[in-house]
Design a protein around this ligand. Structure first.
Ligand code: TNX
Length: 488
């Protein structure tokens, strides 16, 4: 909890060493010690981590108004120790020095996020933090199909995810209401599927050119965030079928749809035109994406006969591997025999799923996204103007107080790749809408995904969240001031 010091009669809150979201694995405070940033404070580093050091210096300068720079012989020192594990870091704060050691530049970058959260009034609390993530995959998802968000908006969103050590941003790029990524060999996908009148109620037109997508990927990579592109199939394809009627079962044109129904569209499993299209799209998306994952959807194929669904996936599941990618699919895909290494993303609110349990038993990894805990498009309470409520109302405590290893019988700690919080955009119309649904629940999910189970505690989280609010205020992030939290 924050102590209050007074400088010239103005209360100056300082942080305690554990006042970080997500809470670090090990925190050993030395309460008698603090490190004070002054105008001559320098950040020194090893060559591999110069960019990370630059970000720390810039972040501290912005926060304190002091000209913190990088340079040799600094009192803030960054170094690498690969023995720690890539995403791990160790932070020691004494009166004379701040020593940050990372398992890799990424581990250092997470340590930088911790320092920036601890900094308050130019002061850092003394002691040692030893930290590493519980799960390697800590994700957020943004639905660009039901409402488009520009490359600049996505980049700004990444800026708000990074403090919480989120390392994957899944972009839901295609759906019935829109197609949001340019595929050069199939220009009508975005000319029509990203054109005027697309999105729910026709209110979310636009698309990412390949250049804009590359910009987002590079921006994310600079912040150690991997972009996970999703091309949803065989369902959720009305926009593609509007653009290319050859992709319908009878080759006849279909009308654009801007309503929120699901499960009516499907790529036909028989014709070769289907697979030529899928191959083209997957190859293009794989080429544009440096990260290891490619999401092929697979959800809610209510109008696809089970045999066709199976036949389609048998053909399609091996394709991303040809282009060096690991497939992720919504857990409906676990109803079919899966190739090795396919990752299953569980999303339903139910408490069990035989297919997902079988996939886990066979050694496949699971991303946990239970709709009744982590769907950021669910309303907080009955009065929330935005969002849906089909999976229930999700307050901040509900998003926090659950554990991914307890969620599905047969899916234990070892089967989990991680946790992801999806934000579907049927009811969203602006960046402010994105912020109000994402914050403050995303930090709750981030702590579930990063922190050791034993270190998590709702009363402590509530306090730390309240202390974070002023940072969102300063950044112009319109977060939801949930009555569950005693905001400052
Ligand atoms: C279910 S979650 C869907 C989406 C909707 C969402 C709304 C999933 C894999 N499919 O098509 O946007 O619910 O909450």
């Amino acid at each position: 909890m924050a102590k209050q010091f007074r400088v010239l009669g103005v209360p100056l809150p300082t942080k305690q060493l554990g006042d970080v979201i997500p809470v670090p694995a090990v925190v050993r405070p030395v309460t008698t010690t603090t490190f004070t940033i002054v105008s001559s404070t320098r950040v020194s580093t090893v060559p591999e981590a110069e960019a990370v050091a630059g970000r720390l210096a810039a972040g501290l300068s912005t926060a304190t108004g002091l000209p913190v720079t990088t340079g040799d012989g600094g009192s803030i020192r960054l170094s690498l120790d690969p023995g720690l594990g890539a995403e791990a870091y160790r932070l020691e704060i004494t009166a004379g020095a701040v020593t940050l050691t990372g398992g890799s530049p990424q581990g250092l970058f997470w340590g930088v996020q911790t320092i920036l959260q601890l900094e308050c009034g130019g002061v850092l609390p003394g002691g040692v933090i030893e930290d590493r993530p519980r799960f390697p995959y800590r994700g957020a998802m943004l639905d660009l199909a039901r409402h488009f968000f520009t490359a600049d908006e996505i980049k700004a969103h990444i800026d708000q995810l990074v403090p919480f050590k989120i390392n994957h941003l899944h972009l839901h790029l295609t759906d019935d209401q829109g197609w949001r990524l340019e595929i050069p060999g199939r220009p009508r996908l975005t000319e029509i599927g990203g054109g005027p009148g697309t999105g729910v109620d026709g209110a979310g037109p636009g698309f990412l050119t390949t250049a804009a997508y590359a910009e987002v990927v590079a921006y994310a990579a600079d912040r150690f965030v991997g972009i996970v592109p999703e091309i949803d199939m065989p369902g959720h394809v009305n926009a593609a079928q509007v653009a290319y009627p050859e992709l319908t079962a009878d080759g006849q044109p279909v009308a654009p749809r801007t309503d929120t129904a699901v499960g009516y569209s499907s790529l036909p499993a028989g014709p070769e035109t289907t697979y030529a299209f899928v191959e083209d799209v997957i190859r293009t998306v794989a080429d544009l994406t440096p990260g290891p994952y490619l999401h092929i959807g697979g959800d809610e194929c209510h109008s696809t006969p089970a045999a066709d669904y199976r036949a389609f996936l048998e053909r399609v599941l091996p394709i991303p591997a040809k282009y060096g990618k690991t497939v992720i699919g919504w857990h409906e895909i676990a109803a079919v025999d899966l190739p090795d290494h396919v990752v299953v993303q569980y999303w339903r609110p139910e408490a069990d799923d035989a297919g997902t349990a079988r996939a886990a038993a066979e050694g496949r990894r699971v991303i946990m996204s239970p709709a009744d805990r982590v769907y950021l498009d669910m309303k907080y309470d009955a009065d929330t103007p935005l969002g849906l409520d089909w999976a229930g109302l999700i307050g901040v405590e509900r998003a926090y107080d659950w554990d991914p290893a307890d969620r599905l019988p047969g899916v234990d700690e070892e089967s989990l790749l991680g946790v992801e919080a999806p934000l579907w955009s049927e009811t969203l119309r602006s960046v402010d809408d994105v912020h109000r649904m994402t914050f403050p629940r995303l930090p709750a999910v981030a702590e579930v995904a990063w922190s050791p189970r034993a270190a998590r505690d709702w009363p402590s989280f509530r306090e730390r969240l309240a202390a974070y609010g002023p940072r969102w205020d300063a950044a112009g992030v319109d977060y939801y001031r949930s009555p569950e939290i005693d905001w400052r």
